[in-house]
Design a protein around this ligand. Structure first.
Ligand SMILES: [Zn+2]
Length: 639
């Protein structure tokens, strides 16, 4: 059936279900959504259950938009008129792309009104679909820029979403004529490993069927060589053939090379959660900056980062979304960093279900709930194995915090400085919260905690998406009005003058990037502070092979830094386990022990060779599930 015919048929079905008097003017696929245009958005909004029923019956994500949207200027005034002043509206963004108006307010409850009455009132007045969010306590320039940019390319994006929408809902060969082109027995599902096997980093997996191809993650290897996944293999070329790219989370070993795909001809969407989109854009731009400063070859420009943003489609946890004619994607919380997701794919009409965990934490952390391991269906899972080795046990978090406090106390008392290298996203915020509480409860002396690198901006993005934080932290911030991120103990280092002052100044704590000492401001601190034994370097995160972090952790005391000469390490080296955003060995085993339903196959990836092999064989022995520890460039047939 042609797409036009299909849309006509859908329109008829919708017209049958909507009450008499509501006109449906047009029905269109836009990205993964089915958009219903109507002259009566007010009546649609009044029929509280209508959209839910349509979505259920048509098995599509449905958005209703007025055929004509009210002029933003006028709509702005209407909103101000309808919403009581006590709501404290701080900003109103009109996103013509989705027909949504984002209302930022200090008291979102007042904008919504009792049982949503005020909100329905707004919709009735303006046509735009209101989305209410709480005013973030720290303004993020990244979020602002991303929103502004998306508005500026509105027309282009609309066209893109329609193209993608039609592509997702295209007819498969043989669908109407049962066995002609693709008889049932020729159905298959395969996964090709393009990186991240028996190693940590350069995540990239190709999930393919006879009808579609999806790339999951596209990261770089966090060593000094900046390794890339096997992107030149014939399986994924031409890139224009890919249906979708799915990004599990914003760390560079998963997202750094996504903009590169656009440079080489990819034109499709990248699916990610909203925080992942913003955090990844921020980290990619910072990544280009770091490479530039180090005189390395820049793989792509900031233009390609923009292209990526223009092609991004955001999905929240739990929303089941068509991304190809035979594939539905659902994101679930992975507990690893803000917005991190386990990507679950429902392939064919229930033929096969496969999940990619990305990085995940099966323990509750200060910031996030534990990773989800309950799925409607599951036949295979690709799981990370960073701490999969038989001895990879981490301290419980409270013990880890105790150890951190102890080290900070000792170093500050002897007049030294503490350097904590951390990923800008994830570890930094966990450590910030632990240190802030330590000072508040007087477990450690009140000294300045300097944040250098993208940490403050990353923190701002955390406060933009409170719904992605765990309940306790959200309550602390919003109910008790006590946002630990805003504590006076933190100070951002935003100039080289201040950095010099920090280096020559009083005892303090410095949290800075990069987390594995493969570039970034931490290198400057190390160069200046490493030879003084009063100081300390505290590792709180995983150090991958080939990084300076790993070398120093292993005990190197003379570290050659290429043109920058050799750094002599006299400062104290401490490793505090337990802050990691990854599950340790015990949690990885429990994740599988308690997973619902039990998969038929498990693939252990994203860990060094010993860890993946060890975890795979232990899971097999304990749970009698078929396991693999794949190598790069292998293809597995699932069905
Ligand atoms: Zn990660």
């Amino acid at each position: 059936m042609q797409i036009e015919e299909r849309l006509r048929e859908l329109k008829e079905k919708i017209n049958d279900k909507v009450p008499k008097g509501i006109t449906v003017t047009q029905v269109e696929f836009e990205g993964p959504e089915l958009v219903i245009y109507t002259d009566d958005p007010k009546r649609f909004a009044d029929e509280a259950d209508l959209i839910r029923i349509l979505a259920r019956d048509l098995r599509k994500r449905i958005v209703v938009r007025p055929t004509i949207l009210e002029d933003p200027e006028k709509a702005y005034n209407d909103i101000k008129e309808v919403v009581p002043e006590t709501a404290g509206i701080t900003d109103i963004f009109f996103d013509a792309d989705t027909g949504e108006v984002l209302i930022e307010a200090e008291k979102p409850g007042v904008v919504i009104g009792k049982n949503g009455t005020t909100l329905r009132d707004i919709t009735r007045h303006i046509g735009w679909t209101p989305k209410v969010v709480r005013t973030p306590p720290i303004e993020s320039s990244t979020v602002k820029q991303v929103r502004q940019y998306l508005r500026s390319v509105n027309e282009e994006r609309k066209q893109f979403l329609r193209t993608i929408g039609r592509r997702i809902h295209r007819d498969l060969p043989g669908k109407d004529e049962a066995t002609k082109d693709a008889p049932k027995k020729d159905q298959w599902v395969r996964v090709t490993t393009l990186g991240c096997c028996r190693e940590v980093g350069r995540a990239a997996f190709l999930l393919s069927t006879p009808n579609s191809k999806v790339l999951i993650d596209c990261g770089e290897k966090p060593d000094n060589a900046g390794g890339t996944p096997y992107l030149y293999v014939p399986e994924i070329h031409p890139l224009s053939q890919l249906d979708a790219v799915v990004l599990t989370h914003a760390h560079l070993d998963h997202c750094a090379l996504i903009p590169l795909l656009y440079k080489y001809g990819y034109e499709g969407p990248v699916y990610a959660t909203p925080p992942t989109r913003d955090l990844s854009a921020m980290l990619q731009l910072d990544y280009l900056d770091v490479i530039h400063k180090e005189d390395r070859k820049i793989p792509y420009s900031s233009n390609e980062v923009k292209t990526y943003i223009r092609h991004s489609i955001t999905l929240n946890y739990g929303s089941v979304t068509d991304i190809a004619p035979d594939m539905k994607l659902t994101f679930h919380n992975a507990g690893h960093i803000l917005g991190s997701a386990i990507a679950h794919f429902h392939v064919g009409d229930g033929m096969y279900n496969i999940a990619f965990t990305g990085d995940f934490n099966y323990a509750k952390s200060r910031l996030f709930n534990p990773a989800v391991n309950q799925f409607p269906r599951l036949e295979a899972i690709f799981m990370e194995s960073t701490y999969g080795g038989s001895n990879d046990f981490q301290q419980p978090r409270l013990e880890a915090e105790g150890r951190l406090y102890e080290t900070v106390n000792t170093v500050i008392q002897r007049g030294g400085k503490v350097i904590i290298p951390a990923f800008a996203v994830g570890r930094s915020q966990e450590v910030m919260l632990a240190l802030e509480e330590g000072m508040r409860l007087e477990k450690i002396p009140k000294v300045k905690i300097y944040l250098d690198g993208m940490i403050r901006e990353a923190t701002a993005i955390h406060t933009t998406y409170p719904e992605y934080l765990n309940n306790e932290l959200r309550n602390l911030i919003f109910r008790e009005g006590m946002n630990p991120f805003l504590s006076e103990c933190f100070q951002q280092v935003d100039s080289s003058e201040l950095r010099e002052k920090v280096i020559s100044g009083d005892p303090c704590v410095i949290i800075t990037t990069s987390g594995m000492l493969n570039g970034g401001p931490v290198m400057e601190y190390l160069q200046n502070l490493a030879d003084d034994e009063k100081n300390a370097l505290i590792f709180v995160g995983y150090q991958a092979d080939g990084t300076y972090g790993r070398r120093i952790q292993k005990g190197w005391r003379e570290v050659p830094m290429g043109r920058k000469g050799t750094i002599t390490i006299n400062l104290e080296i401490v490793t505090v386990d337990g802050f990691s955003g990854h599950s340790d060995r015990r949690q990885l085993m429990n994740f599988i022990g308690q997973i619902q339903p039990r998969p038929e196959k498990i693939f252990c990836i994203h860990g060094d060779e010993n860890s993946t092999i060890d975890l795979a064989s232990s899971i097999y022995k304990r749970y009698h599930i078929e396991t693999h520890s794949p190598m790069n460039l292998e293809t597995y047939r699932m069905v």
